[in-house]
Design a protein. Structure first.
Length: 458
């Protein structure tokens, strides 16, 4: 009889131990280990190691230059307070609970690692930030439960090295036929995810040509973020194997829309799994805890934008009628608002934060939302009135908006004492330094648009 896997009631992760991992490695004939973590930009970093290194991976950790946490997309290194100027080492220690076999690679397993710096949990680590926020809720007797909806674009590589949308027809939203997936990419991707025990719910073609969306079922927030992080990397891996490009950019092309990442959050009692957000005696069946959680999210919405839309490019998707909410408000089943309350009740009672970009780091985004909600709960904040109209076009309800640029969002984050305290000043300093470097580089870069519009006339 197959031995049942024990699941941690606070994380939802399989409670695999060191010896169980080693036994599985031997049983499955594993030859290589891929040890990965997510940096502050949301980029999957890691090393490939022979399986003989498993004891070091799980016990001592593998050394990386800590400066990787200062690295920008363009390979420039930001100056960061709290990290050594000597480019010293940090350690990445494999988390055995994240053990999974990569079905699309031969005899290879993947482990996610936690970051340590000078023998202690690294203060700049996004995964530690989320773990710390989960503990805050655990101390109240609650488990944060989460799910993601992630959009992305697929492109084919042409013989000339350029790229073209995987599908090129309009009007294919919510379709799942062969015409919107001619190479069977979604089937291959989903099959791999299922073999890895991911909580995939469903997938479909999205609004724009070549755009797709994956939805997850609800699970514990750490596992939800782990799966979102791995999904992006696996999606890119499989696209490369099929001579395609997968991108989670906020807005990859001028003539198409953008890709979002919606976060569904609820709270349940640790021991009973009873929903903390549901109240059968309330007219709307919503608890006071939910309302206070929403109040906290809306209070910090402007500063949260730095975590939800963390690149210069992300802000190009905040447009009227884009379903990328930039007016701050909340509504019942209203897709024009920053926070939506879907109509399900009971265990399905939840908060949906809709302002996220697919480019976001899921650990930072989810931890930031939980931190904002905690402020509302602990300080008994009251949310504003419910929005029942189209918030893009109702001038009477448009009280505030998200920042219109990454530059402004970083200022909001830096001035948000609560979020800075929850994340820790070391992480905030590191994140802002990297992102300020990104803003400055972009500001000093001449774009194709500038050349095309100015060069002839000026």
């Amino acid at each position: 009889m197959k031995k049942a896997t024990v699941v941690d009631i606070k994380t939802g992760c399989n409670n695999k131990k060191r010896e169980e991992v080693k036994s599985l490695i031997n049983a499955k004939g594993i030859e290589m280990i891929r040890l990965e973590f997510l940096d502050l930009n949301g980029v999957n970093r890691g090393k490939l190691l022979p399986v003989e290194m498993i004891d070091v991976v799980l016990d001592e950790g593998i050394a990386f230059a800590a400066a990787v946490m200062q690295l920008g997309f363009d390979n420039n290194v930001a100056e960061v307070k709290g990290l050594s100027e000597c480019y010293d080492d940090m350690k990445v220690v494999g988390d055995p609970a994240t053990f999974t076999v990569l079905p699309y690679l031969e005899n290879t397993i993947l482990l996610l690692g936690d970051l340590y710096y000078h023998g202690k949990p690294m203060l700049q680590s996004p995964r530690w930030f989320l773990k710390n926020m989960i503990k805050e809720y655990n101390d109240l007797g609650w488990n944060p439960i989460s799910a993601s909806e992630i959009e992305f674009f697929l492109f084919n590589r042409t013989e000339t090295g350029e790229h073209e949308p995987y599908t090129d027809k309009a009007g294919n939203c919510y379709t799942s036929n062969v015409r919107v997936d001619p190479k069977g990419f979604l089937n291959k991707l989903t099959s791999n995810l299922k073999q890895m025990d991911f909580n995939v719910l469903y997938m479909n073609h999205e609004f724009y040509p070549g755009q797709y969306e994956y939805n997850w079922s609800h699970t514990h927030s750490l596992r939800s973020a782990d799966e979102a992080m791995l999904f992006k990397g696996i999606c890119k891996d499989l696209a490369e194997q099929h001579d395609m490009i997968a991108t989670f950019m906020g807005k990859p092309q001028n003539d198409n829309g953008g890709s979002g990442c919606h976060f569904h959050i609820s709270l349940s009692e640790i021991m009973t799994e009873k929903s903390v957000f549901f109240d059968k005696d309330d007219p709307e069946k919503l608890s006071l805890v939910l309302r206070r959680f929403v109040a906290g999210v809306l209070k910090h919405a402007r500063s949260l934008t730095a975590f939800l839309a963390p690149t210069v490019n992300c802000f190009k998707r905040y447009r009227p009628d884009s379903f990328a909410p930039y007016h701050i408000g909340w509504g019942y089943d209203n897709r024009t608002t920053y926070v939506r309350i879907p109509e399900e009740r009971g265990k399905g009672t939840r908060v949906e934060v809709r302002a996220g970009s697919a480019a976001c780091n899921p650990y930072l985004a989810m931890a930031g939302i939980l931190a904002a909600g905690l402020d509302g709960i602990k300080n008994q904040l009251e949310p504003p009135a419910i929005v029942t109209t189209d918030l893009y076009h109702d001038d009477n309800q448009q009280n505030n908006t998200v920042p219109k640029s990454l530059y402004r969002a970083l200022i909001e984050l830096e001035q948000d004492d609560w979020l800075c305290q929850c994340a820790g000043q070391d992480l905030i300093n590191n994140f802002i330094a990297i992102k300020q470097m990104e803003v400055e580089t972009f500001t000093n870069t001449v774009t194709d648009w500038e050349w095309e519009n100015y060069s002839y006339h000026i």
